[in-house]
Each structure stands twice: as C-alpha cells, then as structure tokens.
Design a protein around this ligand. Structure first.
Ligand code: ADP
Ligand code: ZN
Length: 720
C-alpha cells in the first residue's frame, strides 16, 4: 500500500501519515487536503525520511482527500522551509504557512466576486450608508475587504448591494500578467556600473549560487546596475525577485521598472487584497509572473524558475520580522539563492556590519560603486551643536538651519527636515496634575496627532480622541505637548517662514499608493518647498531640486543603550543625507546634536565611513556581539502578568549550563507590555562555535506551560 507523510498547516500537530487512494498520483511538494477528525486541513506531502513521525499501522491510516490544483512546492522551497524552521527555532508548519500564504491563495474557484460603487444612490439613505459610500469611493474588493475599509459590518454593504448602490464584478485570479521585454530601453552605464553589472549578469548565466554585496554610495546608480542582470535573467526566461524594505512607497520604483522593461512587476506584500494575493501567488507558481517586487514574505513564494534575487537597501530593519517566525529576510534571501543555485545581490550604501564582515571574509563577493552617477558630488555635512546654537525658547530648529531653509526658498530649491517621530509630540501631559497619557495595552506613551485630533499608540494602534479635559483631575484645555514630532516641526517652519509650503511626509499622510504618487509629483513640480518627514522619506527618493537636508535630532537613536544604536544612527543619517544634491546642484546637510564628539556623529560629519565601521567593529568584538558572537532571545508572554513572570522564572530555573554561553534574565522585556501581553525576556550570548539552536530546542522542550503562555524565540535579534 502507498502511504505518504504530510506536513499539515497546524502548528499544534506534528507530521501525519495518510494513505494514497487508488489512482491518485502524489509526490513530495504536492499540496493536499487531509482529513483530520471531522475536518479537512491543508497539508504538503514531504519526503518521509526528512520528516520524522510516528509509525501508525497501515490499517489505521485515512486516505488523502484530494490534491489541490496548484503546482507542487519545489525541492529548493521545501529545503528553505526546513532551513528557516531549523535556524529560527520555529515550527515547520508556521514556516510552511508563509509559503502557502496561509492557504488563502490555493482554494476556491479561479474567479472571485468583488464589488464597487455603481454611482447610484440607495433607496433609503442612512448616515451609516452615506459614510460607507464615501469611504468606498474608488475601491473595488470583496464584501469582507470593503467592510474592513469602510469600518462597517458586511450586512450594511449587503444592504447597499440589494439597493443597487454596489455592483458585483467577476475577477479572474488566473489571468496572467503582461510579458516583460528585457531590452525595452537601453541605458549606458558608467565604467564602475558596467563592471558590477557584467559580473552579476555572468553569474546569472552560470546558474550557480553566488552571493554579492553591491556597496555603492547614495546616488551611485545601484538600481540601474542590478537592472542589467535582471534583464539577463528575463532573457533566459527565468523569474526574478526584488525585495524592497518599504513597499508602500514603491510607486517610484515601479515606474522606473516599467520604463526599463515595459512591464509592471507583480507586487507582493501583506496588505494585498485577496484577489491580488491569489492572482500573484498562482502566477508565480505557474511561472507566468516573471518579476516580483515584494516585501520580505515574498521570499517564500513558490517560484517555478527563479533565476536571480535582489535585496535592495539590504541594511533596512524592516527586513527583520518581529513576530511569528522571527526571521531576517536578508539572510533568508541568501539561503533561498543557495537552495535554488542562483546568484543573489544585497545592495546598500550603508551595509550592516554583518554583511561587510561576510564580504571581508570572502563569503560574499563585493562590488563597489564609490562615486555618484553623472559626477554629482556627495553633500557637504556639518553639525550644529545644540548646546551652543540653542533654538529659540519653545522651538527645536537652530537659527542656522532655519537660515539654510530660507536660502533654499529664495533659490526655489527644496529642503528636507528629518525626524523619526510621527505625530505632534511624543508625550502629552496635563499641565494641572501632571497626568501622562499612557497606552492601556503597551508600555508606551500615547502620541498626540494634531491633524486627526487623536492620541495614538505607535505600537498597537490604540487610538482615542484628544480629550477636552484631563481624565484624572478634570481640568479643561490642559494638554501640554512635550518634545517634538514631525507635525510640531512643520508648525515651527510655518511660523518662522510663513511663505514656505510645508508637507509632513509620514506613514499617516502617505498611506496609499495614490497619495505617495501625488506627493512625488508635487515635489517634482516644485509645489512643496519643505518636506518634514520620518524615515519613510530617507530612502529611494531622487529629487534633483532638494539641496538641503536637516537632521532635527541625531541623538534620538543613540539613547537607550541598544548595541545597534550606533549603526542604526549612522545608517539613518547617511541615508537621509544621501537625498541631498542628487542633481546638478550641490547638497548640504546640517545635523543637530548635543554630542558632536560622539564617534558616530564625528564620522558622519567627516564623511569618514571607514572610521565609523572600524570603531563599531571594535565595540562589537569586545561585546561578543554579531558578527563576532551570537545572540538570541527568548520572549515569554501572557495576558496575565503573574503567569508570564512565573513561566519565565521556570524557564530561567532550568537554564542549560553550556561552555561559552551566557544567559541573562529573565527580566521584563524592553516593551514589558505590548498589545495587551506582558513580556519577559531571557538573553543568550554565545561564541560562534555554540550550536545555539540545538541548545534552545532542548531547553524549551523540557517544559510545559499554561495555554495562555506564548514562548517566542528570536535568533539574531535586531535589538539587544
Ligand atoms: P542609488 O540607488 O545608488 O542611490 P539610483 O539607482 O537611484 O542610485 O540612481 C541615481 C540617479 O542616477 C537616478 O535618477 C538614476 O536614474 C540615475 N542613473 C543611474 N545610473 C544611470 C545611467 N547609467 N544612466 C542614466 N542615469 C542613471
Ligand atoms: Zn499600545
């Protein structure tokens, strides 16, 4: 009799064996429907020798229900799933879920019914219906998705369908995407670009695993450089994956892509509608989708014929997933390339120390673009010592920075003021009793947003209208803002330079592709003079008239004592500085700081990247931090404080005693309360020789916990 072992998409269950019904042709990678009790669950047929399970006697096996009509997951993808689960100490099924897009992409008919406004009015108009119809202007999605967008129940929308205000549209999920034309346009590369591009194209032709670090200063033309090997892969009929850190602002990138290849790439990110998700997934699996531009989860898509992977802005922290399977897409990308036997390139102007170390030790080949394209100069960088050049009372910008902005206004050039804090002020309190507004779900202050007149938590999304009176003492109009956010800086610029047209660019204002495109158009046509923005605007943008960048508070990231604080500050400031003077006009960068002598700030001001990396390397070596040592953390959480504390204590009590491994804690995690869960943390620091994952697995498997307790493992955590 024929039996198969399946990895089922249920984290609580191990691999299960099934009987193959007469006439069913099934092999590793097939996605199947498996009976489980009275239900049916999705599973993936796996090589049984790679997936230890219990030997159920043959007569007890139940038959598989069916094979889903999607191509089987390839062997390289199955190896990637195994590696990811193993390295990040996650369950196989939770990683497999990512590859199957939680199953949503697989089942159901090839067409989905979406709805859109007809332009007609319902017979009976209610305030709720009216609000819903306003929110749905220009939208087309399933009823459930529309209900989410409009913030009403599905029932309200069904009512609108019945009354003719919403109409159904059938959408074909299997419809293939347009075909790319690799030689649509041709670009002449500089000598350095050509050298790097030729190396990468050659690697694509060789079809062998080869990791590269493309280390090029801002504006050096990294994108044009990796477009060449992308074209080469397309000419060979192979698929390409480009990972980007900030998928919300890809309009710019997609446009460049379209100009070069005559085709819009397939997008993949977490906020796709279900039709888009299904269509993308199925077309990637069939090979019809030739280029995918995606967020980190695109790494687990079922490519049929992948030929090349690009990780752009590879140093970005958004490549690190912070819940569920805590993986770093930068590293998983290299592993996917390894299993596929193809080249991968990590592109960055400010590579992570880990990546540079890999290049230095010869594991990655390094490609350098040391100068800006077209002879543009890197901007001149200067610091403003805030302890000497104090801003006026109640203000945050030194006179020299304001003068710089005024000068640009006069010359009809543009300025960008960078502060990585959304909202008006990071802390709000009552002037009468000192009450501080705190999030009920998180250890965080609520941030005042004046545009929306709301207080918001930036960790869990909790929001409340700004109160008219203090909830503690009842004093009316008592709110005092402490410290600056981008909205407050924008107010200050408007007050000190009344003629300036100021725009606040954050995820609050650029929250849709349409708004992002509008913003870009406004900057390009000169309708905006001053951009006040968060890290959302530090990368990717190319605005030739932008000649001044002001860093409002360079010390912000250095506080808190996190081991990566220096690197993060260096990267952020260098990236945002890289927005200045990209055209023919020279750029200037002014960095406000209270610590101009700090090594990071000094290196930035001197434009001495090597000095920064050398100091950082020494510091990490001494601390046994990556890449010289390894870190991992174990996060124990529960909705009940005592339960979390107790579970953490029990884990701590049976800590393993292993040479060259140090275990700290348990202690309350840096966010001790997050989204309503109390969190404790144990930190592990080990030499590279320690098999950290094995130690963790053995350690944690010896304990049971109440059902409300969650244990998360973070290997190579970003902050520690
Ligand atoms: P980076 O990503 O390294 O910061 P970009 O790839 O955005 O740099 O390139 C900076 C600017 O130079 C872009 O406007 C780009 O179109 C232009 N550019 C780069 N290389 C070329 C080239 N070979 N020919 C023409 N324009 C180029
Ligand atoms: Zn919160």
């Amino acid at each position: 009799m024929n039996r198969v072992r399946c990895l089922v998409l249920n984290a609580a269950l191990g691999p299960l064996d099934y009987k193959v019904p007469e006439g069913m042709e099934v092999g590793p990678g097939h996605v199947v429907e498996c009976p489980l009790g009275p239900r049916t669950i999705i599973g993936i047929v796996w090589e049984s020798e790679r997936l230890p399970g219990t030997e159920v006697p043959a007569e007890k096996l139940r038959p598989l229900r069916s094979i889903l009509p999607v191509p089987p997951l390839s062997a390289p993808l199955r190896r990637l799933i195994e590696w990811t689960a193993d390295y990040y100490v996650a369950s196989l099924s939770s990683v497999a879920r990512m590859a199957l897009s939680s199953g949503g992409a697989l089942k159901g008919p090839a067409t989905i019914t979406e709805y859109r406004l007809t332009g007609g009015m319902p017979e009976r108009m209610t305030p709720q219906r009216h609000a819903a119809m306003e929110a749905l202007e220009g939208e087309q999605a399933t009823i459930r998705e529309l209900a989410g967008i409009a913030g009403v129940s599905e029932g309200v929308l069904r009512g609108l369908v019945n009354q003719g205000a919403l109409e159904p549209v059938e959408v074909d999920c299997d419809r293939p995407f347009d075909e790319a034309r690799p030689d649509f346009t041709h670009v002449d590369l500089s000598d350095n670009q050509q050298l790097a591009a030729d190396t990468l194209s050659e690697a694509v032709r060789k079809r062998k695993f080869a990791p590269y670090l493309l280390d090029g200063v801002t504006g050096s033309g990294k994108t044009e450089t990796y477009f060449e090997p992308v074209a080469e892969a397309l000419r060979m009929g192979r698929q390409v994956l480009v990972l980007l850190p900030e998928i919300a602002l890809t309009e710019n990138f997609l446009h460049r892509f379209e100009e070069r290849f005559g085709v819009t790439p397939v997008l993949w990110h977490s906020s796709l509608k279900s039709t888009q998700r299904r269509r993308a997934w199925r077309n990637v699996a069939s090979g019809d989708a030739q280029v995918v531009v995606g967020a980190r989860s695109a790494l687990f898509l079922p490519f049929r014929n992948l030929g090349f992977i690009v990780v752009d802005e590879a140093h970005e922290t958004s490549f690190k997933q912070e819940d569920g399977v805590r993986y770093n897409a930068r590293d998983v990308a290299v592993m996917r390339a390894h299993f596929e036997g193809i080249p991968v390139v990590l592109a960055s102007a400010t590579p992570a120390l880990e990546s540079l170390q890999m290049a230095e030790s010869g594991v990655y080949a390094k490609l350098d673009l040391p100068s800006r394209f077209g002879g543009a100069e890197l901007p001149a960088i200067d610091t403003i010592d805030l302890t000497e050049e104090k801003p006026p009372q109640g203000m945050w910008l030194a006179q020299r920075l304001i003068d710089g902005v005024a000068e640009r206004l006069e010359r009809k050039e543009q300025s960008l003021l960078f502060l990585n804090r959304r909202g008006y002020a990071p802390l709000t309190l009552c002037r009468n009793c000192g009450f501080r507004f705190q999030c009920p779900n998180c250890s965080a202050w609520l941030v005042e947003h004046r545009f929306t007149r709301r207080l918001a938590c930036h960790h869990c999304g909790h929001e409340t209208p700004s109160p008219a009176a203090c909830p503690e003492c009842g004093e009316p109009d008592c709110l005092v803002a402490c410290g600056p956010g981008v909205e407050r800086i924008a107010d200050e610029v408007a007050e000190r330079l009344p003629d300036a047209r100021v725009f606040v660019a954050t995820s609050d204002t650029l929250n849709s592709p349409g708004r992002a495109a509008e913003f870009i158009a406004q900057v390009e046509t000169g309708a905006i003079d001053v951009i006040v923005g968060t890290q959302l605007v530090t990368k990717g943008f190319h605005f030739p008239e932008l000649t001044l960048v002001g860093v409002v508070d360079a010390d912000l990231g250095l506080e808190g004592g996190d081991l990566r604080a220096g690197e993060r500050t260096y990267q952020q400031v260098a990236q945002v500085a890289g927005r200045a003077g990209r055209g023919s006009k020279p750029g200037e960068v002014l960095i406000q700081t209270r610590h101009p002598e700090a090594s990071v700030i000094a290196a930035l001001a001197a434009g001495d990247r090597d000095a920064f990396y050398e100091a950082e390397t020494e510091m990490r070596r001494e601390a046994g931090a990556p890449p010289f040592g390894r870190w991992a953390s174990i996060i124990i959480s529960s909705e009940a404080e005592a339960e979390a504390r107790e579970a953490a204590r029990r884990i701590g009590d049976v800590r393993p005693d292993v040479p060259d491994l140090m275990i700290l804690g348990p202690a309350p995690a840096p966010m001790a309360l997050l989204r309503g869960r109390y969190r404790y943390r144990l930190l592990m620091n080990a030499r590279r020789s320690v098999q950290l994952q094995d130690v963790i697995r053995r350690w944690l498997s010896s304990l049971d916990h109440p059902p409300g307790v969650r244990i998360g493992v973070d290997v190579d955590p970003y902050s520690f």
